[in-house]
Design a protein around this ligand. Structure first.
Ligand SMILES: [Ca+2]
Ligand SMILES: [Ca+2]
Ligand SMILES: [Ca+2]
Ligand SMILES: [Ca+2]
Length: 468
């Protein structure tokens, strides 16, 4: 006979009825599970519809992970020429025949002797044969059949792709997608709900949600603040049986890193800073450093500094140390203690990369006062005027006054000045000078015909200074 699997649906129904008439070699798929599943409902008659649902005639079903001590009944093969007198010998061959699956030669009953695991092998292909016990002549053509291993829910969902690390910027709106997790379930996805997984959040469920179907993790609050907490450890659970009671579950930890946005303005910790610098300091000499604090990180703390007051900007320069983000204040113009001893320089800090989304959080700039005290430096006496041309008659007598030079100490203590002539410029000692008054007098008679000009150098030092 032709196997029922190769027949159309009309013929299948006929064959089902013919079963009772011992018609041909019938591989009758009878397992307890299968019967329970496919038995018509109470009051429901066998119909074309039922057949169309896929009553597969050349398949047996055997439930996996059977733990009974007796071999598990799989089904029965049967020939229509079997008159129950034991003259027919049934045999099977193929995958697992004689080891996993054994057949009763007389009844055609097949049993499984081992526990099967669908997750390891989902079906076995075998062949059935009915022979005359005496002549060994085949009574039917050999027919192939399949033993399908039927799933039970014995595999829990597993997260296989960890570690799971995602990130989301602070202050993101509620519902911002962070990342997606997926759990795998080794059970049969086409049968029941054994592999139907839903997701839930076990920890930090107030802060994040997970879509129960897709596994997409989203923010549940809008106030995530990196400056308060910069990472969260979520526990995500996956449960099979679509989350129903008795489902199996697995969980994983997901780390979510909160990334920075520029929501913290720069702030000087002090309203005023004090430095001092000598009036002798050269242009470019550093006066001091100040720093505005910024709770953000990375480029959100990048700072520009400016001097806001006019006088301060004329005398000082401010630049930014790129590594520390400190302000470096340097001398821009020579300072003068005698002119002004204290400068109040207004320094402003401003974030370089202001995010327009957060400007309403407040001003991203701050000011402080840098008070610079100029310290005195002991300056040498200065001649006023710095050079002089003095005239004298050639017939002037010895000791006659040629002129008076004048030098003063520019320092506040205004030390007394002492004068002397540089001997190298007056080798013949023609001139004398009064060390206290600066009065130059003639030490020799002059002769205009010998020398019309005398260039001499007068030194002035503060009293008490030892000349080198
Ligand atoms: Ca399973
Ligand atoms: Ca499962
Ligand atoms: Ca900032
Ligand atoms: Ca921030």
């Amino acid at each position: 006979m032709a196997l029922p699997g190769r027949l159309g649906t009309e013929a299948l129904l006929l064959l089902l009825l013919a079963l009772q008439l011992h018609f041909g070699l019938v591989v009758s798929m009878v397992t307890k599970t299968n019967l329970a599943q496919d038995r018509p409902e109470e009051g429901e008659s066998m119909s074309h519809e039922r057949v169309k649902r896929g009553w597969v005639w050349n398949q047996f079903f055997v439930v996996e992970e059977y733990t009974g001590t007796e071999p598990l009944y799989v089904g029965k093969i049967h020939s229509d020429s079997d008159e129950g007198d034991g003259s027919i010998k049934y045999t099977i061959s193929g995958e697992g025949a004689g080891t996993i699956f054994i057949i009763d030669e007389i009844t055609g009953d097949i049993h499984a002797t081992e526990r099967l695991d669908r997750e390891e092998k989902t079906f076995y292909t075998l062949r059935a044969q009915a022979r005359d016990r005496l002549t060994d002549r085949p009574l039917e053509p050999e027919s192939e059949f399949i033993i399908k291993v039927q799933d039970i829910n014995d595999s829990e969902p597993k997260f296989l792709e960890g570690p799971y690390i995602g990130s989301v910027p602070e202050l993101s709106p509620i519902g911002t997608s962070v990342m997606k997790v997926t759990a795998s379930d080794a059970d049969d996805p086409t049968y029941g709900s054994s592999a139907r997984v839903i997701y839930s959040v076990l920890e930090e469920e107030k802060i994040f949600t997970v879509d129960s179907k897709t596994g997409i993790i989203r923010t549940a609050v809008a106030e995530l603040d990196r400056e308060t907490q910069d990472r969260y450890e979520l526990v995500i659970k996956a449960t099979d049986m679509a989350g129903q009671m008795g489902g199996l579950s697995g969980s994983t930890t997901v780390t979510i890193v909160i990334t920075d946005v520029n929501d913290s303005p720069p702030r000087f910790p002090q309203k005023m800073y004090q430095f001092s610098v000598s009036e002798s300091a050269a242009v470019g000499t550093p006066v001091g450093r100040v720093k505005a604090e910024d709770a953000d990180m990375g480029e959100n703390t990048d700072m520009s500094y400016l001097i806001k007051d006019e006088e301060g900007a004329e005398l000082f320069r401010v630049s930014t140390d790129g590594d520390s983000q400190e302000a470096i204040i340097t001398v821009r113009k020579p300072l003068d203690y005698e002119n002004k001893r204290t400068h109040n320089v207004v320094v402003e800090a401003v974030n370089k990369h202001v995010d327009p989304r957060f400007v309403d959080l407040g001003s991203f700039r701050d000011q402080t006062i840098v008070r610079v005290s100029v310290t005195d430096w002991d300056e040498p006496p200065q001649f006023r005027p710095p050079a002089a041309v003095l005239e004298v008659q050639e017939d002037a007598r010895l000791g006659a006054l040629v002129g008076v030079v004048n030098a003063v100490d520019p320092d506040l203590d205004n030390a007394p000045v002492r004068y002397s002539i540089d001997q190298g410029t007056d080798l013949e000692n023609i001139f004398n000078i009064d060390s206290i008054t600066g009065a130059l007098t003639l030490g020799k008679i002059l002769d205009r015909e010998t020398a019309g000009w005398h260039n001499i150098t007068v030194q002035a030092v503060e009293a008490g200074t030892i000349l080198g």
